[in-house]
Design a protein around this ligand. Structure first.
Ligand code: NA7
Length: 543
């Protein structure tokens, strides 16, 4: 019997989340044969996998949505100020139906390898089950926070209870009623789930290594008047948002330094933001909160004092008040009753910085100080961020280039969009892109539009290969680092630098110069005839 002939595409897309789906839509408009390969049994990426209690977007619904169709954004109704995971997944499924995207998504298909054949000028993707797909261009839209990571604690296999990871949550949900639960990790996922698990569980131990800043979300049902006002000027509001660093609109640009005003004025400003809810608005109080430590100290201390005011037990309050990083330099969490949860009788915070977890036992978690008996353990321990998904695919070329080797010292890209030595492979919101520092869907649309324009440009000029020069790549990586070094971001041990993955090279991965600046730069490069890229025509050898 013969193996089935490989499928022949013009563009192969890895990932069926918000990025992959928009890529199908956008590239189809160019008349190209495209198909996306998705490991999950459903579309939606992040919003398909992260089903833990309280999973919710920390960007407001009216902002965190596609802008490519005005009819879509006018008609869709978001029930709350911030979208819940089920609501966002419903939206993504609606978009897929509305634009007939499903017929070009192959589910339950994990891509294990991608090889570029220079002579054929073609990528071959190989799935877990051995299927082959050939395509001229390949778009990696495999996600930034899509490789869940459970720390390799000794003894995890011996635990008699059940354990879960936030990013691999069972579809049927988990009932913690009557159980002794342990949550390990206090990033965004932990902070969202802890208040809800505390209400259900008999007892909850939270194992905290590093305290994270969290601000109140002030979630509420969608304000109808606000929604109609927003929708009446949706396209203009999107344009205004895309002209800001975070690609999120509605907040006036700060004009003053935090150090140019009195302490009273400052605290009144922070208080107003604290009451209003949201993370960007808080960081947008003054111009210098992310670049000047002294300025940041005022905002950090205001938030610490709020924690001290909410949490009754002062020892717990001090443990929860972050002291090792400036506010905003790790992803800022948004919560509903997070700090209040520590006032409950059934919740205990365990400091695993001073007494680290040594092992998981049959009964629960053992630190250097005590053993905690648990019926369930939840790992809210994060992801192999930004590079994990591509590291899990064996990406190489017939010239002998291997992505894992090229990135051994940290990821190298030009504009976050392409990698030197890997022609015709595009990355959506990868390292070197502002993606994770922005309203992600704005970056996805901008990247995919740029990629589609590039592919279209090649086609119209009878060209069929694009790749960045090593020099352009090196300069971009240098620029990304220089911009980061001019801010306070490098002061934090965050997943932005891979700090949560033992052994991962410590390199600042996202571009923090702002979405607005980045978009202008990408457009300028196109205007200069794709400066830094080599565009060529490749004669395909006929066998
Ligand atoms: P994060 O933000 O990476 O948080 C992971 C948490 O797990 C963080 O508090 C870690 O502490 C903790 N962690 C990780 N490994 C360990 C070990 N070995 N022992 C104890 N604690 C540990 O992941 P999230 O899922 O919360 O959020 C990811 C992003 O999703 C978020 O930023 C938003 O963009 C959405 P650490 O700080 O490393 O000391």
């Amino acid at each position: 019997s013969h193996a089935p002939a490989p499928r022949q595409l013009e563009v192969a897309i890895v990932g069926g989340g918000l990025g992959g789906l928009y890529a199908i839509h956008r590239l189809r408009k160019l008349g190209l044969r495209v198909r996306a390969y998705e490991a999950g049994s459903g579309i939606g990426g992040t919003w398909f996998w992260n089903r833990y209690p309280g999973a919710r977007c920390d960007v407001e619904s009216l902002e965190y949505s596609y802008s490519f169709s005005d009819e879509l954004q006018q008609e869709w109704k978001w029930p709350e100020r911030y979208g819940t995971q089920p609501e966002i997944l419903k939206y993504i499924n609606h978009v897929a139906d509305r634009f007939d995207l499903r017929r070009d998504v192959q589910l339950n298909t994990r891509i294990k390898a991608a090889t570029f054949d220079g002579a054929a000028n073609e990528w071959t993707l190989r799935t877990e089950s051995g299927e082959e797909i050939r395509a001229r261009y390949c778009i990696m839209a495999a996600g930034n926070l899509s490789t869940p990571r459970v720390p390799d604690f000794k003894g995890i296999g011996s635990f008699k209870g059940k354990w879960y990871h936030s990013g691999l949550w069972p579809h049927e949900g988990v009932d913690f009623t009557g159980l002794r639960v342990g949550v390990i990790g206090t990033g965004s996922s932990g902070v969202q789930m802890i208040p809800l698990i505390a209400r259900q569980a008999k007892h909850l131990h939270v194992f905290q290594r590093t305290a994270n800043f969290s601000l109140p979300a002030r979630n509420a049902p969608m304000d109808e008047a606000r929604e109609s006002r927003h929708k009446a000027e949706y396209p203009a509001r999107r344009r205004a948002a895309y002209d800001t660093p975070f690609a999120i609109g509605g907040y006036p640009r700060p004009t003053k330094s935090a150090l140019d005003v009195t302490e009273e004025e400052r605290n009144a400003a922070y208080e107003a933001k604290w009451q209003e809810g949201g993370s960007i608005s808080y960081l947008y109080t003054y111009t210098d909160l992310l670049v000047n430590k002294e300025a940041n100290d005022t905002a950090s201390e205001f938030a610490r004092n709020k924690i001290r005011g909410i949490v009754k037990d002062q020892r717990t309050a001090e443990l929860l008040a972050p002291k090792d990083h400036p506010i905003g330099t790790k992803r800022l969490c948004l919560d509903t009753n997070y700090y209040e949860t520590y006032n409950r009788d059934n919740v205990v915070l365990v400091d695993v910085r001073s007494a680290p977890i040594q092992e998981i036992t049959e009964k629960g978690v053992r630190t250097t100080e005590a053993e905690y008996e648990l019926d369930a353990i939840v790992f809210a321990t994060g992801f192999d961020a930004m590079t994990g998904a591509l590291r899990e695919i064996d990406i190489r070329t017939s010239d002998g280039a291997v992505l894992a080797d090229h990135w051994a010292g940290g990821p190298l890209t030009y504009l976050g969009l392409m990698v030197s030595g890997f022609p015709n492979m595009f990355v959506v919101t990868g390292p070197g892109s502002p993606g994770v520092k922005t309203q992600m869907i704005a970056s996805i649309e901008q990247h995919v539009d740029w990629i589609a324009d590039a592919i279209d440009h090649l086609g119209r000029h009878q060209l069929d290969r694009i790749e960045p020069s090593p020099q352009a790549e090196a300069e971009w990586v240098g620029h990304v680092n220089a911009v980061a070094d001019s801010t306070l971001y490098p002061l934090a041990n965050s997943w932005y630098v891979g700090a949560n993955i033992p052994g991962k090279p410590r390199v600042f991965m996202p571009y923090v110069g702002g979405f607005d600046r980045y978009k202008r730069h990408c457009d300028e490069i196109v205007g200069k005839g794709y400066e830094g890229f080599t565009l060529s025509r490749h004669k395909v050898e006929v066998a």
